[in-house]
Design a protein around this ligand. Structure first.
Ligand code: TRP
Length: 372
C-alpha cells in the first residue's frame, strides 16, 4: 500500500492508515454529537466514507458555541474532473450548508505544472477554468465560495506561504513528502502554498477562526506540516475530516484519470459514460447460472461501490441492492444498466449547469478586495 499526495496504490488498509498518519477515527460519539447539532447526518458520514479526522471535535465545539468556522478544500487541475473528485465536493457542500461557512477552494495549477512532466502552464490554467465550472455546477454560491487559482492569485497567498516556508526545514519536508535531491525546487516550496489557505479565513476576518479541511486522506501530509507551524504564526491548527478513495471501474485501485476507461469524467458524453459502465469489471460470477447460485461480491465491485459512494443516498436501497447481489437475485447487466441510467441523468443535468457556470466564474475568484 502506498498513499502519498501524488500516488495512491495497492490494497488500502484504512485502519492502518489511521495509525500511520496519526489521525483519529470518526467515532459514533462524534457523529451523534454532530447529528444533534445539524439534524441529519450526510450519507457519507453514516457510511464512514469520511472515516477519520483531526480536531473535528473542536470544530463541533466552536459551532455549538455559535462561533464561525470556515472550510478549505481544493483540486489539482491535471485534467478534467471525474466522478471520484466530486465525492468530497458534494460532502463539502453539505458541510457548508450545515455549518453556514465560507469555503476557500484552492486550485493548485502551480503544483500540477511542477509535478506533471507534460503539463504546460497554459494547460494547467485551462483545467483550472474547466474544474471551476464543475465546482460551480454543483451548486456552490459566489457569496460564500472563493476559488483561488495559485498561478493567477499567488499574491493573495504569498505572505502566508513564505511565513509558513520560513518555519519548515528541508529535512522535515524530505521526511514528510519524500523529496529527493532530484526533486525540482518548485515542488519543495509548494507545501507552503497549500498550507496558506488554511489561515486565509482568519487573516481576512482579522481574528482567529477555525478552519476545517474536508478531503481525501492522501492530502494529510500537507496538514501535518501546516498544523506544526500554525501556533508559531498565531493561528489555530486547521482541523480535517478525511475520506476514503472512490474506486475506478477497472480491477481494484482508485478511479484514475490516467486510465480514462476506468473513470467517468464530468465532460463525458452521456453515451460514452454509459458504455464505460456497461464494459466495466464487476464483482459478479462468470455465468448467469453461477451468479444465481453463488451470488456476486459487491465489496469488490466498482459498480456497487459507485452506488455506495455517490449515486444511492438511500441506505435502505443501497443495502437492499447489496443483499440482492449477494443472493443472486440481481444480475450484473441489470445493475449496470440502472447505474448507467443514473449516471447519464446526472451528466445531462450537470453539463447544463456547467454551461451556465461559464458566465459566473469571475464572481467566484478571490480578489485583492477581500484581503484589504
Ligand atoms: N493537492 C491537491 C491535489 O492534488 C489540491 C489541494 C489543494 C487540496 N488544497 C487542498 C485538496 C485542500 C484538498 C484540500 O488534488
Amino acid at each position: 500500500m502506498v498513499v502519498t499526495p501524488w500516488e495512491v496504490r495497492g490494497e488500502i488498509d484504512y485502519t492502518r492508515l489511521i495509525k500511520e498518519f496519526g489521525v483519529e477515527p470518526l467515532t459514533e460519539e462524534l457523529l451523534q454529537r454532530m447529528k444533534k447539532m445539524v439534524g441529519e447526518l450526510h450519507f457519507m458520514l453514516r457510511r464512514k466514507i469520511f472515516f477519520s479526522h483531526r480536531d473535528f471535535d473542536k470544530v463541533l465545539e466552536d459551532r455549538e458555541k455559535g462561533e464561525k468556522i470556515y472550510l478549505y478544500t481544493g483540486r489539482g487541475p491535471s485534467g478534467h474532473t471525474h466522478i471520484g473528485h466530486i465525492v468530497p465536493w458534494i460532502f463539502t457542500r453539505y458541510l457548508q450548508k450545515v455549518f453556514n461557512a465560507t469555503l476557500y477552494f484552492q486550485i493548485t495549477d502551480d503544483e500540477k505544472f511542477l509535478v506533471k512532466r507534460n503539463l504546460s502552464v497554459k494547460q494547467a490554467l485551462y483545467y483550472t477554468y474547466e474544474n471551476s465550472l464543475d465546482l460551480i455546477a454543483l451548486g456552490f454560491k459566489p457569496e460564500n465560495t472563493r476559488i483561488i487559482s495559485d498561478i493567477k492569485a499567488i499574491h493573495l497567498l504569498y505572505e502566508l506561504a513564505i511565513s509558513v516556508a520560513k518555519r519548515v526545514t528541508f529535512s522535515t519536508a524530505k521526511a514528510v513528502f519524500g523529496f529527493e535531491d532530484e526533486s525540482n525546487i518548485g515542488i519543495i516550496f509548494f507545501p507552503a502554498i497549500q498550507a496558506a489557505p488554511a489561515f486565509l479565513g482568519s487573516k481576512i476576518e482579522g481574528r482567529n477562526l477555525r478552519c476545517l479541511i474536508p478531503c481525501a486522506i492522501d492530502q494529510d501530509p500537507y496538514w501535518r506540516v501546516t498544523r506544526d507551524v500554525a501556533p508559531k504564526l498565531g493561528y489555530y491548527k486547521p482541523a480535517g475530516i478525511f475520506s476514503k478513495f472512490i474506486p475506478g471501474l477497472g480491477v481494484k485501485g482508485k478511479m484514475s484519470a490516467s486510465e480514462p476507461e476506468t473513470c467517468i469524467f464530468t465532460v463525458d458524453k452521456p453515451e460514452e459514460a454509459e458504455k464505460k459502465i456497461m464494459n466495466a469489471f464487476t464483482g459478479g460470477q462468470p455465468t448467469i447460472e453461477e451468479q444465481r447460485r453463488l451470488g456476486g461480491k459487491p465489496e469488490v465491485c466498482p459498480i456497487y461501490l459507485y452506488y455506495y459512494f455517490i449515486f444511492e443516498e438511500d441506505d435502505e436501497k443501497v443495502f437492499e441492492r447489496e443483499r440482492q447481489c449477494k443472493n443472486g437475485e440481481l444480475l450484473c447487466g441489470e445493475c449496470k444498466r440502472e447505474l448507467a441510467e443514473k449516471v447519464s441523468k446526472f451528466l445531462v443535468e450537470h453539463q447544463k449547469k456547467r454551461e451556465k457556470a461559464k458566465d459566473l466564474v469571475d464572481k467566484y475568484m478571490l480578489t485583492d478586495l477581500e484581503l484589504g
